[in-house]
Write a protein that binds this ligand. Structure first.
Ligand code: HEC
Length: 105
């Protein structure tokens, strides 16, 4: 294959990766996987509904609000032993993804 065709193909692959990274459906699929991987689903379910009476429903909560709360749990500004521990493992980008995922449920 001529080199300029290869370059064009690589360009297309990068462009589609970037586009899918911004799209809501890709965010949500990534958020679902991350929620399972990091263990949120044990208490907030896959649909954001608390799996027990002491676990809050977070489905449909504002993404911006949840993102801020996760950052506060990580910094210790908001104190809850469970969530402080949970938030330690998350980067800002992961918090944003999880917040958007649960907001969309
Ligand atoms: C072991 C159970 C447990 C796990 C696992 C867990 N949470 Fe929580 N979550 C809680 C509890 C309990 C609260 C309420 C804490 C409080 O009173 O501040 C809470 C609160 C929250 C809140 C704040 C809700 C509000 O209305 O202010 C968010 C957002 C949240 N969790 C997201 C997550 C995410 C994202 C994950 C995965 C990384 C996760 N939680 C994992 C139990 C859990």
């Amino acid at each position: 294959m001529p080199i300029r065709h290869r370059i064009a193909l690589i360009g297309l692959a990068v462009a589609s990766a970037l586009l899918s990274g911004c799209g809501r459906p890709a965010d949500i699929a990534g958020g679902a996987a991350l929620a399972a991987e990091t263990g949120c689903v044990a208490c907030h379910g896959t649909n954001g509904r608390g799996t027990g009476p002491t676990f809050p429903n977070i489905n449909g909560q504002h993404a911006g609000y949840m993102y801020e709360q996760l950052k506060k749990y990580r910094s210790g500004e908001r104190v809850n032993i469970i969530m402080n521990d949970q938030a330690q493992q998350l980067s800002n980008a992961q918090m944003e993804l999880l917040a958007r995922y649960y907001a969309a449920q």
